[in-house]
Write a protein that binds this ligand. Structure first.
Ligand SMILES: [Zn+2]
Length: 266
């Protein structure tokens, strides 16, 4: 008994020593800000975080500062309307948008790190956090779907960051995930590269349709995107779902512009 306890203690201290040595020889950089871990940090907070949150991907390196900024901590400031001041003839008069973080600071570094640094694991982490927030609000649905990427952008990037967020969010919420419900009917320009709301509306109007393989009539659906800057993209995705007979659509984005021109719901 005493012997096996001593042996276990010995093995774990050998592992701790090896880990320290590897950390020293190959210091890891934070996946978000790119800085080397502090000697006393060593990304240990992230390891604790993995244990506390269901489905959080292990193996990421995120420093304590970035981690604390990514974990949403303002539960009373998360609900918005997506285009609550719709254009004439808008088929979606009011669309709730759930958005736990403002698109600034660390969130503003993390999203490009996912897209351009090609870090789908980081998007998985954001999806887990988003799902956990939605769960704390007792949100439920029949299906979770991501905003699809255009085929050109999919080819360039290799993955859809919205899908990488939606999948773990669905797992946390225990809601079925379907990545192929929404389809792009045409390629669009990047919303962030367009100036003015009229050109942004025109860029995405009617850009989405529903796959012939799906019948969404009567379903309640959560549409997930990584960022909501104007809300137009999510709005158009929701319009396509409503047109196909969905009963209720709710939008969720990990971060967004809180100056979004709409009145806030809460
Ligand atoms: Zn960092």
């Amino acid at each position: 008994m005493g012997f096996s306890k001593t042996l276990r203690g010995g093995v774990s201290s050998v592992f701790a020593f090896l880990k320290e040595t590897l950390n020293f020889m190959f210091p890891a950089c934070c996946s978000v800000c790119g800085k080397l871990a502090d000697a006393d940090d060593r990304f240990s907070q992230y390891e604790e975080f993995c244990m506390a949150y269901k489905g959080v991907p292990s193996g990421l390196h995120i420093c304590g500062k970035c981690l604390s900024s990514l974990a949403p901590n303002e539960p009373d400031r998360r609900w918005f309307f997506c285009l609550s001041d719709p254009y004439e003839g808008d088929p979606v008069p009011g669309l709730p948008l759930y958005m736990p973080l403002t698109y600034e600071g660390v969130a503003r570094s993390a999203i490009p790190a996912v897209k351009f640094g090609k870090k789908p694991g980081l998007a998985n982490l954001m999806g887990c956090l988003l799902g956990t927030c939605l769960k704390s609000e007792s949100v439920h649905a029949d299906l979770i779907v991501p905003v699809p990427l255009s085929s050109a952008r999919m080819k360039e990037r290799g993955f859809n960051q919205a899908a990488e967020m939606a999948r773990p969010a669905a797992a946390v919420l225990d809601v079925p995930y379907a990545g192929d419900v929404l389809v792009r009917t045409r390629n669009t320009d990047r919303q962030t590269e367009l100036k003015g709301s009229l050109s942004r509306i025109a860029n995405v109007t009617g850009a989405f349709g529903i796959s012939e393989d799906w019948d969404v009539r009567g379903l309640s659906i959560i549409v997930v995107d990584d960022v909501a800057t104007t809300g137009f993209t999510l709005h158009e995705a929701a319009a396509a779902l409503y047109e196909a007979g969905a009963a209720k659509v709710l939008c969720a984005a990990f971060a967004g512009n809180r100056q979004i021109k709409n009145a806030e719901v809460y």
